[in-house]
Design a protein around this ligand. Structure first.
Ligand code: ZN
Length: 150
């Protein structure tokens, strides 16, 4: 776990300073907005979905380092994936965050998202870590209303 913890610090700092896929996507055909009122995080997620494939994805928004790093990692994780694979990754990520702080983490299945295991010790921050994922899921589902983690 201590190795994950160290990685967590690095990944959060790195993605917060240099977020991947940041900005509005010019050829987006899906968009959704998400809010986490508890922390003040606000994110827009843009997708270009072609059939069952997520060809491109981006985000923009304001919020804490955890929400920004999670959004950045989310875009990197789902880009080029099928919609079903993205949904499955979110389900795994969500299940991991809802597990106890000492529950084992499947680093192979989660990839870099596994570093968020440390967030389990701070239940308030779980919503920061999942905001972009709830938002991308709503965009894929075509939900009309913006997402709120409340
Ligand atoms: Zn936050």
């Amino acid at each position: 776990m201590s190795e994950l913890r160290e990685l967590y610090q690095q990944v959060i700092l790195d993605h917060n300073k240099a977020p991947r896929n940041y900005g509005r996507l010019a050829d987006a055909n899906r968009h959704q907005e998400g809010f986490n009122p508890l922390c003040g995080d606000h994110v827009h997620v843009y997708l270009h979905v072609d059939g069952e494939t997520i060809r491109d994805v981006s985000f923009e928004g304001v919020g804490c380092a955890i929400s920004r790093a999670s959004a950045s990692l989310m875009t990197a994780a789902v880009k080029g994936q099928t919609v079903a694979a993205a949904q499955e990754l979110f389900a795994r990520f969500h299940a991991m965050l809802m597990s106890g702080p000492d529950a084992p983490v499947d680093e192979e299945a989660l990839g870099k998202m596994a570093v968020f295991a440390g967030v389990r010790e701070f239940p308030m921050r779980v919503k920061c870590a999942t905001l972009a994922w709830h938002t991308v899921r709503a965009a894929l589902d075509g939900t009309a209303e913006p997402v709120s983690t409340d």
